[in-house]
Design a protein around this ligand. Structure first.
Ligand code: PNS
Length: 161
């Protein structure tokens, strides 16, 4: 049994939807390793260190850093990294079936690669409309994003302005 689960993603930027998944994962697993991943299929707005910093600050503000570790992966397989960490579970949140369609092949390939299992947590119904990409769009057009992201992300956008 794994006491450690890995929660990977681009987190460009972290949202309150991600934070809900983190908090609920901690009801199931003793420790969570958040892995901020460089996804070559996406052109990120924030650099990897900026994303790590925003995640870390958001968790610090919620007093979660005792149970959550944050790291980054800029190349290489997630499964190999998870194996090195001693984790045999990946956590993924999903909002709708569209997310499942995207996630299922990855979950199956990850299991083929090293036997690691993916545990899917449904998002809170109040968060189904929150996404990093919409947050970036609204922020770029000077819209209000405070309902969707932690304070660290608001600071992150201000620092980039
Ligand atoms: O938030 P995202 O961009 O949807 O997360 C996707 C991510 C980063 C978790 C995925 O692309 C990934 O695991 N990348 C690491 C490289 C890897 O192991 N690729 C094979 C996945 S089956």
């Amino acid at each position: 049994m794994s006491k450690l689960a890995v929660y990977p993603g681009s987190f460009d930027p972290i949202t309150l939807g991600h934070i809900d998944i983190i908090e609920r994962s901690l009801e199931v697993f003793e420790h969570l390793q958040i892995v901020v991943v460089h996804n070559p299929g996406k052109q990120p707005f924030f650099t990897l260190p900026e994303r790590v910093q925003m995640v870390t600050e958001a968790l610090e503000e919620r007093n979660l850093l005792r149970k959550v570790t944050v790291s980054s992966l800029d190349s290489g397989l997630l499964t190999k990294y998870a194996e090195e960490l001693g984790a045999n579970v990946i956590i993924k949140g999903f909002r709708t079936g569209v997310d499942i369609e995207y996630e299922l092949p990855m979950a199956r390939v990850n299991r083929d690669l090293t036997g690691i299992e993916t545990v899917f947590l449904p998002s809170d119904p109040g968060n189904t409309h929150i996404s990093s990409s919409l947050v970036k769009q609204v922020a770029a057009l000077n819209g209000e994003i405070a309902k969707y992201v932690p304070a660290s992300v608001i600071r992150g956008f201000k620092a980039k302005a």
